[in-house]
Write a protein that binds this ligand. Structure first.
Ligand code: 7RM
Length: 420
């Protein structure tokens, strides 16, 4: 560490190390921060930032975004998808360290001159009313968050949001994973009071900007990100790169460039090519599986590698998790595959209960049967463990790699060979 910028915020006593630590506010008073002449003009393709994406599996890679394209993509998508107006108070409740924070807490709102609300803290501190209280107090119009946060708050019941006046809200957003029907309905009914459309935005660290998303005027189908943003050409293709038939599962690809696309993987151009461009020449491989219905609406299934092969059947972890979460006792769930002598892999699940429910063998048996009933007998979990928390990235994505490592008694960093 060469130097550390310290932001004065809590007023706690800080032991600054001379020559290393500097107050941010003192630096900001230096002429350089106030004088536009000191800004350096760069080319549109000049690197803007690197964001490491650990993914939920594998080794982290640094995604490179550039000035011009990222600016155009993020500005335009935020403007049209959230229809930001002068009088709006927009709140993206993501972690700033996630691409969602970079694009839609910092860059997009600043470019749009939006009034952007920011909150740093746990959603349930000191009580699970925190978000709803702030929406009322600050008159938030647009709330953009993730299904994991919705489920986390839903867990405490309707009474918390119902105590507050949420009538300022006019638009809701969702990002990060497919939104399961229970979470969608709760968000729509209890938070949006059946008045606020939900913008289910599909995109990635790599895409920088929304790619498949409704706009406020788009007729919605709950659980679908609807259609590609204007100018984006997305498709679902089979193993040979041919478009699938309606409702047939395949690989989600992007067929033309877009402004905020990643430019490379820093220091690893081979990985950039192999991961995204190799499988089908001229198509960007998202790594997600999806289907497109008869109306051309996209339904994201999940990461291609988040699949468990049980006795030859391919089961999506999201499918099993969504089935578990549809049980009234379950708040959050994670499914992983562990080696099994007969089936190849067996399904192991980790379940977080809603408040008011207690763990028992009877409940575990009931949950296993529930999954078998919802998804099919082949999906019946071998083992269900009731847990107090699940390991997650800052974007709220479950780190199945960590759960797997724990279950196998391995170091989570050494799992790549198992997954490839
Ligand atoms: C924005 C973000 C990317 C992965 C992506 C998908 C999943 C994201 C949605 C979604 C279904 C959505 N960037 N994902 N948004 N799946 N519906 N609306 O999450 O780089 O952290 O993750 O997240 O699998 O490939 S990310």
């Amino acid at each position: 560490v060469e130097s550390v910028l310290v932001v004065k915020r809590t007023g706690h006593q800080i032991n600054m190390e001379a020559g290393r630590d500097m107050w941010y506010h003192e630096l900001m008073n230096l002429p350089i921060a106030n004088n536009n002449d000191c800004l350096e003009m760069v080319d549109a393709e000049h690197p803007l930032f690197l964001l490491y994406t650990s993914g939920t599996t594998g080794k982290p890679k640094a995604i490179l975004h550039t000035h011009g394209g990222y600016m155009v993509g993020v500005y335009t998508t935020l403007k049209y998808v959230f229809d930001i107006h002068e009088e709006d108070r927009y709140w993206c409740a993501a972690d700033p360290g996630w691409i969602t924070g970079h694009s839609y807490i910092v860059y997009g709102p600043l470019l749009n001159g939006a009034t952007s609300f920011m909150y740093e803290g746990a959603p349930n501190y000191p009580y699970p009313h925190r978000w709803w209280q702030m929406i009322e107090k600050y008159g938030i119009n647009i709330l953009y968050t993730a299904p994991t946060a919705i489920r986390g708050l839903m867990r405490f019941g309707d009474a918390w949001p119902n105590r507050y006046n949420l009538s300022s809200l006019r638009l809701l957003g969702s990002v990060g994973e497919p939104i399961n029907p229970e979470a969608w309905r709760w968000y729509y009914r209890v938070i949006g009071k059946e008045r606020c459309p939900i913008m289910d935005t599909w995109w990635q660290t790599e895409t920088g900007m929304f790619m498949i998303t409704p706009m406020p005027c788009t007729p919605l189908k709950p659980g679908s990100g609807t259609k590609p943003f204007p100018g984006i050409v997305a498709d679902v293709v089979d193993e040979n790169g041919n478009p699938t038939k309606p409702n047939e599962e395949g690989y989600l690809v992007i067929k033309t460039p877009w402004p905020a696309m990643l430019r490379t993987v820093w220091n690893d151009p081979d990985r950039y090519v192999n991961q995204y461009w190799k499988k089908y020449p001229g198509m960007y491989m998202t790594g997600d599986s999806a289907r497109k219905d008869e109306d051309g609406y996209f339904w994201i299934i999940g990461r291609v590698d988040d699949v468990i092969k049980v006795s030859g059947y391919r089961l999506g972890t999201a499918e099993i998790e969504s089935a578990l979460v549809s049980h009234p006792a379950v708040a959050e769930a994670a499914a992983i595959g562990l080696p099994h002598e007969v089936k190849g892999n067996a399904i192991h699940c980790f379940v977080l209960l809603k408040s008011g429910y207690n763990k028992s063998d009877k409940l575990i048996d009931e949950l296993k049967l529930h999954v078998a009933h919802e998804v099919g007998p082949i999906a019946k979990p071998e083992h269900i463990e009731i847990v107090e928390s699940l390991p997650k990235t800052r974007s709220g994505k479950i780190m199945r790699r960590v759960l797997k490592a724990r279950a196998l008694g391995l170091d989570p960093g050494n799992l790549s060979t198992l997954e490839e």
